[in-house]
Structures are given as C-alpha cells and as structure tokens.
Design a protein around this ligand. Structure first.
Ligand code: G3I
Ligand code: 9MR
Length: 592
C-alpha cells in the first residue's frame, strides 16, 4: 500500500485519494514476500511470490555465491487475496548470514537474514510497548526515548456510573480510586475483559519460558526489584484490576469516559471517568487471571500471591450467584463494550474454574479434604471443553492449555481430553497452513476485526502443541504465523510498527497521532485486514471515516495504514500479548 501510494503521491483531493485507496486496495505486491526480520538457522523458511512464472529461484550470499537453486514450484490460488502464488522453501539455507534472491538473473525483493537472534528485538519491543500504554504516570527519559509524555488519567476520582445522575452527570457521585493499568488500545479506556486474556497470555509466556524471559531486558522504571522484569510490567495492570473489585466480590466491567475522546494526548483528555457496571464476564476473567497470577508471583511475593488468590475466589463466588449478569452498554456510553455476539459465560466459567483449581492445589489445598477446592474441579468437569480458538470473547482454549499441561493436578482423564482437543485444533491449523497459497494457518472465520491477533493466537495453539509433543511440524506452523505478521502477506508489510522494511506509519493510536513525533510508538501490532468495513465512509456523510480500502472485496487486502482505520489499523493490548508470546517463544526455542 505504501509503495502504491507513492506511485500516486501527487494526489491532492479527497475524492482522488479515495480512488487511489480503492485502486491500491485492489493491488497486492509482486513479492517475494517473506519474514522481513529473517529466520533462525533451523527454522522453516518459506518465500511466497505472487504470480505464475516458470523461472526458478536462486539464493546467493553477499559475495554473489549461489547457495541454493530451486525450480519453479506448482501454482496455488489464495481465495483471501484472489492471487496465484508460488511458494519456495529455502529452509536448506542455514548458515547465519544475509542472502539475496534472484529470478531469471535479476535481484528481487529484500535481503533475507538468517541468524540466532532475529526475533529478540521485536519480542522486547512488543513487551516494552505495555510501558507506553501505562495510565496515571508520565513516560520519561530514558525509558520512553522520544515518546515521552505527561501523565494522564490519574483515575483517583472515578465516578461509579449511575451515582451522579441526580446531579445531571456533574461528577458529584460516589467515586473510587482506580489508578494505573494499561490503556486498552488506541483509546484511553481500561477494560477488565480485555485485560484478562492479555495478562493470561503474558503470564503464560513467563510460565513456559521463565529462563528466556529473564534474559530479556528493556528499560522501564522499577518498583519491585525482586520481580522479574515481565512480572513487574504485568503487576502494573494487575494492581489496577484489583481496584475494580467491590466488597461483595463483584468486578466493574471497565473504566472510561462516557464517549471516546478525540485524537488528543492522555493529559488532554479531562472528561469525567466512570467505573461502568458490574458483569459476570469481568468477574470470571478477573478470577481466572488472579488465580493464575497467584501461582506465578508466589515464588517472589507470598503475601501478594495470597491476596490475588483471595480476590479470585471472591470474584468466582460472586459470579456463581450472578451467572446472567452480562454487561449491557448504557445508552449514553459509546466506549468499548467487549460483549461478543453469543455470550453465555460458559467459556469464562471454564477458564476461571481451571485456573482456580490449579491455584488452590498449588497453594497446598487438598481437594480430597477441601470441599471448596474440589468444587472448582466439579464445575470444570460439568462444563465440557470446546475446540474454539482463544480471543477476548472466548477463553475456552486457555483452559484447554492449562489442563492439557497438568495431568498431575487435573488427573489423566481430564488432561487427556484437553490434550486431544488441543491437538485436534493444532492439526486442523497445520493442515490449513501447509496447503494454503500463503502457508498461513488461518480459519475462514478468523478474518475479523483484529485478524492479526487471530493469526498470533493460532500460532500459540501450534506452539502449545509443539511443547506437548515435540513434533516440529507444529513449530513450523507457528513460524508460518509469525512470518505472515512480519511480512509474508499480500500487503508486503510487517504489521508491527518500527520493524521490517515497511511497517505501519499511521496507526489508530491517540498518543502516536497527537504527539509531535513522526514515528509511531514502536512495537505495536496493528489489527490487520478484514471486510468488516466498520470505519469506511460508505454513505458519504461520515467524513472522519476512511475511503473504501475494501473495494477488492478480499479480506487479506482490506487494510489501510491510516489513523482513520480503527477497524484494521488500531493497536490493542490483547493483540500485542500473543505477538510477544509467538516471537518470544520461537526465539526461546531456537536459541536453546
Ligand atoms: O463473532 C462475530 C462472528 O460470529 C461474525 O461472523 C462476525 C462477522 O459479522 O462478527 C463477529 O463479531 C465481531 C467481534 O469483534 C468478534 O470478532 C464484530 O463484528 C466486531 O465488530 C467486533 O469488533 C470488536 C470491536 O472492538 C468493536 O466492538 C473487536 O473484536 C475488539 O477488539 C474491538 O475492541 C476495541 C475496544 O472496544 C475499544 N478499544 C479499542 C479496541 C480495539 O479496536
Ligand atoms: O478510537 C476508538 C477506537 O478505540 C474504537 O475501537 C472505535 C470503535 O469503537 O472507535 C474509535 O473512536 C471513534 C468513534 O467510535 C467515532 N468517532 C471517531 C472516533 C475516533 O476514530
């Protein structure tokens, strides 16, 4: 898209630029398309070249020596972009170095790096980004580099929604303190449901790869020197989440203004902020994450660990008494609702019960004598797993990951059921990945708002399967997912700001839009292409919306690198977490 726009760079009028965007959205790129950050020596390395050409491919080192020669492979068509492609497997190139591709004697595409630490930078940047999302504190040098900013949203007088109605919303209602935590995305809301899957994913990265995680360092202010760096950052959000639990165990759904603010810096968004309604999904996501965290933080801070476990049990108990208390967005609120279409709470109950049983056993409770602990397992057994993939609206797969890895805790039978579900889903993704024209493990229903996070979460399913079986084909599938996010896609872009040869320049991210720094905050995964068109000016009246970038009507091409496109070019904490997991896990596994 960037290259295409440069062709039409002298376009001046809005109408013309709309035509340009439509034309560009119909165009894909000539490639070769590959992981623009490179590959580990032992990784599977696939290069996609759109088109149908009888010429083979040569890989040459920088001295011009040919190290690999491949004949033209068969042609496949990718329904999601309407392209024919040829996929070249250059995995045989294992010697660390930089290589170039030649076809019919001509140099094509970008150089390819083979090396040991190709994903360390993007892993650290995707984790550092959570510091850039911190509410209630200034971002200062040296930590913030050039993206320093003043503190916004101290959230020390958050109004309990509905208690200031009598005063006409003048903020004179009951208030609570709800400081800290991460801004959700491109907006300044803080949402418990989206925090749930985000925190779970980051903590699972630490649980699965503690030694690797401890080798990573990035610059953030330290408050808890005893904590590993990743756990310090996650605690900044856990501590905020704890402020939203009420005395009866219930949990507020979110903290936000009533309406989304404009494109301003945090300290300029001064409208009253509200703690808006309780919900059973907030309570259960809170319970599951607090239970998980109680296990992860126990070796470093016993008191904090038991505080988290108590909070988790109280939230679950409240949810059991209020199973139908789903969030309903009030009419005068337009910030994120985080309510999926077919909410029934079953996946959240499954997730919370699995994490609570695991945490209680880890804390020393004996389910044969402790009825409260045994009840979590009974609830879990009465709520069978599904094969649904993980996203903010369905946490089932997080419960599957937990149980499949813990036969000693959950018993061989239940762990066996979970393992079969995990491997069935992984096999389904692997067969899609190995036969698609872009070698992408992606279900048809994944082409939705946040499609890039679906790719990353599919990569996590494949990694979890690899960790359970040591079957490298699952690792290769996870590699395929990361390759797509980092350049092996029809837009020929790494979807992560600040990385690769071409990356998003104008994400829908208020601090990146409103600061006077040309470069967006680095390490952010943008939502990615899909045909929802929620941000397209289809009726000609919403002039703040985007020109039609979906004209080609192909999901993998329906992306626009523009701040207007919150449906394809926003950033979000639940998108960065699986990116960090995917890149970090591959880095850890290949660098053992
Ligand atoms: O689940 C249905 C699926 O069954 C159906 O086939 C499909 C096509 O209609 O839609 C699916 O629902 C979509 C849902 O996401 C789940 O993917 C909705 O169309 C889509 O509108 C919804 O988008 C959500 C968006 O908020 C709008 O509600 C995104 O998932 C969610 O990530 C995004 O989250 C926002 C926060 O509200 C505010 N902060 C920014 C954040 C990121 O944009
Ligand atoms: O910035 C908001 C983004 O975080 C949300 O995902 C998106 C959809 O809910 O809405 C964005 O805010 C827009 C609002 O919905 C309409 N007015 C323009 C706002 C900025 O694009």
């Amino acid at each position: 898209m960037n290259t295409c726009k440069s062709i039409f760079s002298n376009v001046s009028t809005a109408a013309l630029s709309a035509v340009v965007v439509s034309l560009c959205s119909a165009m894909a790129f000539a490639g070769p398309l590959m992981n623009q950050l490179g590959y580990a020596p032992e990784a599977e390395k696939q290069v996609v070249i759109p088109g149908n050409d009888a010429n083979g491919l040569e890989v040459r080192d920088l001295n011009g020596k040919t190290v690999l020669k491949l004949a033209a492979p068969y042609v496949l068509e990718w329904e999601y972009s309407g392209e024919e492609t040829q996929v070249f497997d250059i995995s045989a190139v294992k010697t660390p170095g930089t290589y170039r591709l030649f076809r019919a004697g001509a140099y094509i595409g970008n150089p390819i790096t083979v090396g040991k630490n190709v994903y360390e930078g993007v892993t650290k940047a995707s984790l550092k980004w959570f510091y850039y999302q911190r509410a209630s504190m200034p971002l200062v040098a040296p930590y913030a580099d050039k993206w320093v900013r003043a503190a916004g949203h101290m959230d020390d007088k958050v109004i309990v929604y509905g208690t200031d109605k009598a005063t006409g919303g003048k903020g004179a209602g009951k208030t609570i303190k709800s400081p800290r935590g991460w801004y959700d995305a491109g907006d300044y809301g803080k949402y418990i449901v989206n925090s749930g899957i985000t925190v779970w994913t980051l903590l699972d990265l630490y649980e699965k790869f503690p030694k690797y995680a401890d080798t990573l360092s990035w610059d953030i202010p330290r408050e808890y020197a005893k904590l590993p760096l990743l756990l310090e950052e996650v605690r900044y959000n856990l501590d905020w989440m704890l402020t939203l639990q009420d005395k009866d165990g219930s949990v507020f759904h979110k903290v936000s203004t009533l309406k989304f603010c404009g494109s301003v810096m945090p300290e300029q968004d001064v409208a009253p902020r509200y703690a808006i309604l309780k919900s059973v999904t907030a309570a259960l996501d809170f319970a599951g994450v607090m239970a998980q965290a109680s296990v992860v933080y126990a070796p470093f801070d016993k008191a904090y660990s038991s505080k988290l476990l108590k909070a988790a049990e109280a939230a679950y108990a409240w949810a059991k008494k209020n199973p139908e208390m789903f969030y309903k967005q009030p009419a005068d609120v337009n910030t994120g609702s985080y309510v999926p279409g077919n909410e029934d709470g079953k996946d959240e109950f499954r997730f919370a019960a699995a994490e609570l049983f695991n945490a209680k056993v880890a804390s020393g409770a004996n389910p044969t004598t402790d009825k409260a602990t045994a009840a979590y397992l009974e609830d879990l057994k009465a709520n069978p797993f599904t094969q649904n993939g993980a996203w903010w609206g369905d946490l089932n797969m997080l419960a599957v990951f937990r149980v499949a890895n813990a036969s000693k805790v959950f018993g061989d039978s239940l762990a066996g059921v979970a393992k079969k579900i995990l491997l069935d889903e992984a096999n389904s993704l692997r067969s899609i990945g190995d036969t698609s024209a872009y070698r992408l493990p992606m279900h048809p229903w994944n082409w939705n708002w946040g499609s890039n996070s679906a790719v990353a979460n599919n990569g996590i399913v494949l990694l979890q399967a690899y960790l359970l079986t040591n079957d490298k084909s699952y690792l290769d599938g996870a590699q395929q997912c990361l390759d797509y996010l980092l350049g092996k896609n029809p837009m020929d872009i790494t979807y992560v700001t600040g990385f690769g040869f071409r990356s998003p320049r104008s994400p829908h991210h208020r601090p990146s839009e409103a600061d006077f720094v040309d470069d967006p905050v680095p390490g952010m995964l943008v939502g990615g292409p899909h045909l929802g068109k929620q941000d397209i000016n289809l009726n000609g009246t919403d002039h703040w919306k985007c020109p039609n970038y979906a004209a080609a009507d192909k999901p993998a091409l329906a992306y626009l690198d523009d701040r207007c496109s919150y449906a394809t070019n926003e950033v979000a904490i639940n998108w960065n977490a699986p990116l960090a997991f995917l890149a970090g896990a591959l880095q850890a596994i290949y660098n053992k």
